[in-house]
Design a protein around this ligand. Structure first.
Ligand SMILES: [Cu+2]
Length: 256
């Protein structure tokens, strides 16, 4: 009997202690979570395990925890530019609040069109005011200078990053957008015109309307819905009044 009790006690201790010990060992084996840098301090560069694939991780990308600048070019001249014609600084803000003026949109830049001269060196500061990731991605640049023909700044949250690129001499309108899913469709889209550009792109908030604007059927039911709501309100008020009067009347037992 005593041996049986001892066996039972051992089994119970095994059941209770083994998972706890296993959990403690697993916790110890986990890598310590990286503490965020103090506010105002520069964030460290990302160091990736060898062989780990990361989207857009290649030469030409400067990445840290605040975001990334891709294909920065401060010196190399486009083939059609004998020299840098001038320097401009552009600041772009991104956030939900800039979309409020555009019905049906959710995200926007503070402006959706920028201008620069031919062969200009542009220093662009991108300020993200939202707690979600946004991008300022410009397409159509010469591929011999800009891999994938684009210059791209991405900021992962409320922070900012600055990058520089040199424009060719061609009179052209360049397409700019945020490539995060649905951000462009919901308004984060713009255009950069060189030498006045070669026209406007489609669906640029505040500049060119949507080809097929959103149409909300509920708008067509405005009057019937308003009349129905008014009638229902009057009916409800009438019923309340009637029940109130009835409740105030003395019952049969209270009659004199
Ligand atoms: Cu975005």
């Amino acid at each position: 009997m005593r041996r049986a009790r001892l066996a039972c006690l051992c089994a119970c201790l095994t059941v209770v202690l083994f998972p706890a010990c296993q959990q403690a060992a697993e916790e110890e084996a986990k890598p310590a979570a990286a503490a965020p840098p103090p506010a105002g301090q520069p964030t460290p560069k990302l160091r990736l395990p060898e062989g780990q694939h990361v989207h857009h991780q290649h030469e030409g990308m400067d990445m840290d925890l605040d975001g990334a600048v891709m294909n920065e070019n401060t010196e190399k001249l486009p083939q059609d530019c004998p020299k840098i014609a001038g320097d401009v600084e552009i600041t772009v803000k991104a956030g939900k609040k800039y979309a409020r003026q555009y019905p049906g949109k959710m995200f926007s830049y503070d402006r959706n069109e920028w201008e620069a001269g031919p062969c200009t060196r542009v220093k662009l500061t991108f300020i993200n005011e939202d707690p979600v990731r946004h991008q300022w991605m410009m397409h159509g640049l010469p591929m011999y200078l800009y891999p994938q023909a684009m210059f791209h700044i991405e900021v992962t949250g409320p922070a900012q990053k600055t990058g520089t690129f040199i424009l060719p001499s061609t009179k052209r309108t360049y397409f700019v957008h945020c490539d995060i899913a649905q951000h462009m469709e919901k308004g984060m889209k713009g255009q950069l015109k060189v030498a006045g550009g070669d026209g406007d792109l489609l669906s640029i908030p505040g500049i060119v309307g949507d080809r097929y604007p959103d149409r909300y059927e509920v708008g067509d039911w405005g009057w019937p819905v308003a009349l129905g709501a008014g009638f229902a309100g009057l009916l409800g008020a009438g019923l309340m009044f009637w029940f109130g009067r009835k409740a105030d009347q003395p019952g049969p037992s209270e009659a004199p």
